[in-house]
Design a protein around this ligand. Structure first.
Ligand SMILES: Cc1cc2nc3c(=O)[nH]c(=O)nc-3n(C[C@H](O)[C@H](O)[C@H](O)COP(=O)(O)OP(=O)(O)OC[C@H]3O[C@@H](n4cnc5c(N)ncnc54)[C@H](O)[C@@H]3O)c2cc1C
Length: 332
């Protein structure tokens, strides 16, 4: 805690212009609308400031938590008094490269990215139009829907590796994307900064029609009128989580303000006054019941905080193309 307070003081001194919220309720930053105050939430204005901020925190032995759009996280009601969160909300660069590929920074929403691709006459990101997260959060978990995944469109990803404060670029193959999984998720200390997308050309109207179709499908099947974090559980091999939950008789099952959605059993929704404990207890009840009845173990897809990762952990090794070492003075 002492380290954290010193780190916050250093951040204020070295980045006087940076947006820094203290004791900020996380329910305002979570699609679940759940979560108590976090000690500090900073929003660096660009990639350079973000890397410098991580450097300052590292000097104080603070491992930050990176926040995208908060659409896949359950924050605790008690708050996180020992956590420093860095939001990517201001990393918003999005443009076409001279060779026709799309460059996008981590904070760009997947909806904006998909719309940009459509307007540019580039197909392959239609599936992402309805996923409410950011590019960064999407890369972490290889977000996907309706048969498409980010891995099918990404050419390369640039990330900051906090333990050595260096920037790296990984090709698609080295990102180790698989179902809701990536190198970045398995490797603590990675901050996704940007990605390049290589897509094929198509008629913008045709792409728009496909997006519209998927959007209608989503609206008809998912409880978009209630706060949630999307699918609560990963798809177990050979099964569908929603079907297992429904067959276990848990559709509509409620604990406190949390409910297994009546519209889509794969979603846990906040009926208005759900606590993080309600959601957690409900998820555990669902998991135990389904396991007892079918022997299938449901793994949460939602990230449940507080986190459990270590700054010094290097994770699995794949070839990384080092771009630079972030050691210049602070930019903000
Ligand atoms: C209504 C609804 C529908 C959904 N539908 C889908 C769907 O169809 N398909 C699907 O895949 N998902 C879906 N989701 C889940 C969610 O939108 C995705 O997982 C999304 O990719 C999360 O992005 P985010 O920016 O919100 O990440 P966050 O929730 O902010 O973060 C998720 C994780 O990624 C990490 N992270 C975020 N950004 C970075 C970064 N730049 N660098 C390093 N780590 C980072 C966080 O630390 C955290 O561990 C849905 C969610 C909701 C609420």
């Amino acid at each position: 805690m002492e380290n954290l307070e010193q780190a916050i003081a250093a951040v204020k001194e070295q980045f006087p212009g940076m947006k820094l919220l203290e004791n900020e309720p996380m329910k305002a930053h979570s699609s679940f609308r759940i979560g108590g105050p976090v000690r500090a939430l900073a929003s660096p204005s660009d990639v350079t400031s973000l890397t410098k901020l991580c450097d300052v925190l590292k000097q104080h032995h603070i491992a930050p938590f990176i926040l995208g759009n908060g659409t896949n996280i359950l924050f605790p009601d008690e708050g996180l008094n020992d956590l420093f969160i860095i939001s990517t909300e201001k990393l918003q660069k999005l443009f076409l490269l001279p060779d026709g590929a799309i460059y996008a920074e981590a904070g760009v929403s997947l909806a904006r990215l998909a719309a940009f691709a459509q307007e540019s006459g580039l197909k392959g990101l239609e599936f992402a139009g309805g996923i409410p997260g950011t590019l960064g959060g999407g890369c972490i978990m290889n977000a996907g829907a309706y048969g498409g995944e980010l891995k099918d469109a990404i050419e390369s990803v640039v990330f900051l590796f906090i333990p050595d404060q260096s920037l790296y670029e990984l090709s698609n193959a080295d990102c180790a994307f698989s179902y809701r999984q990536s190198y970045f998720q398995k490797t603590p200390g990675c901050v996704v900064l940007s990605a390049v997308f290589r897509l094929e050309q198509d008629d913008p109207q045709t792409i728009a029609a496909r997006m519209q179709e998927l959007s209608e499908k989503r609206r008809s099947k998912q409880p978009l009128d209630l706060p949630s974090a999307g699918s609560a559980f990963r798809r177990p091999e050979g099964h569908y989580a929603a079907a297992l939950i429904e067959e276990a008789g848990l559709k509509g099952y409620t604990i406190g303000g949390a409910q297994v959605s009546e519209k889509h059993s794969g979603f846990v929704v906040n009926r208005g006054d759900a606590t993080s404990h309600d959601v957690y207890d409900l998820m555990m009840h669902v998991r135990n019941t389904v396991y007892r009845q079918t022997g299938v173990f449901l793994e949460p897809e939602i990230m449940i905080l507080p986190p459990d990762y270590r700054l010094e952990d290097n994770g699995p090794q794949v070839p990384r193309n080092r771009i630079s070492c972030a050691s210049e003075p602070a930019g903000e």
